[in-house]
Design a protein around this ligand. Sequence first.
Ligand code: PMP
Length: 449
Amino acid sequence: MIRSSRSQEVFERNREFIPGGVSSLNRVAPPRLSFARGKGSRMWDVDGNEYIDYHAAFGPHLLGYACDEVVAAVRRVLDEGVELFGSGATELEGELAALLCRNIPELDRVVFLNSGSEATAQALRVARAYTGKDHVIVMQGGYNGWHNDVACNVMTPLADVGPRRARDEYPVLPISAGIPLEHRSLIHVVNYNDLESVEAVCRRYPVGALITEPVLQNIGVVKPQPGYLAGLRALSREHGFTLVFDEVKTGFRNGFGGYATVSGITPDLVVYGKAVASGYPLAVLGGRADIMGLFEERTPGKRVLLAGTYNAHPIVMAAALATLRLLLDPDRAIYAQLEARSQQLESGLRLLLPELGRPVTVTRSASAFGVYFMDHEPRDWHDILEHHDMALDEALRARLVEKGIYWFPLATKQVSISAAHSTADIEITLEQVRAAVGELARERQTVAG
Ligand code: PMP
């Protein structure tokens, strides 16, 4: 067992003033650890245990913890007194906007917000304003934030999801109390990779927007089947809804920009977050000039409100500029390096995990991985619910955390590599995977015998 008494103390102390002791429920999974420091591929908890990290704080740390160039850029802003003034435009926000729009074809215009949830909320609001239609389609097993439109049907158990539905929607199952019933009637949940259900919903309701992660990455890595994203693009034209790619997780993992570039499918609106600013609180909403133009529309009643005390905070702008310049730097070749390490991990996992004596499927989208104990690549959450061995998944993760390899200890969660992971880090990781697999396989045999 790892030492965790101080971690537990932090939880207990915090609980007196913070419900549950922690500021995001998503961060709670056993063993409840409290982390203190991170550098490169490593992080340390308050008891002094060291981990090679594959969680990346749910995605932001594509460059690893405390990347020198990012820290230096933030420090410069602080030293030079570039404060938040809350009045007028800043040079930094203009610089970042230009860098994004000049390098990413699907962006004519961008706005800056503080979190992925804020940006997806604004995306849906501007989509509704543009189309004049209030209904929204979301994906079963997709996560797009905590607000009323999207906080539903992420990792819903099979008993609640019920039988697979074809050419149909699923009931909206909120992951939060307090969402008005009336509001739920505007939301329609369909399976990912299922174009026929999107079409069926569009025939029944005035759909103004469809929002999806282009690759589902909150339940591992579930990829679009050939033609799926193109099919969504075609349906959006046919039925007049705004196609929103939520690239909060996929963004900047596959290359500069999002999965849109990889797939060749251009959405109307796109949202980035996480990796765009290496862990500083930034989300970007961008897309077509005519839709984004609604943020500056002069006709009364037509303008979409863009406001926020902290929007485009200079510290965050500087962190994003430093991050994106590194990603664009041909001498650093960050994507080539990430690909090499990712291949190393992938081939090791494919070799070692079958020793558990269960079917295994490793999915990978660039430096993001899904590991499923089932005999095929999952096509949607329903498929995972029906076939994946969740208990074995959690047992493996728990064992790896004990061995200093931090895979987030909740079944199906994505495993991510950063540019700070070295060949040696991956070798150590694979040794620990081998040890964990050996122990679990022996225990399973003993139980079976
Ligand atoms: N969209 C996706 C795809 C996400 O993964 C997340 C966060 N996990 C969000 C939106 C919400 O972002 P935030 O937590 O920054 O509000």
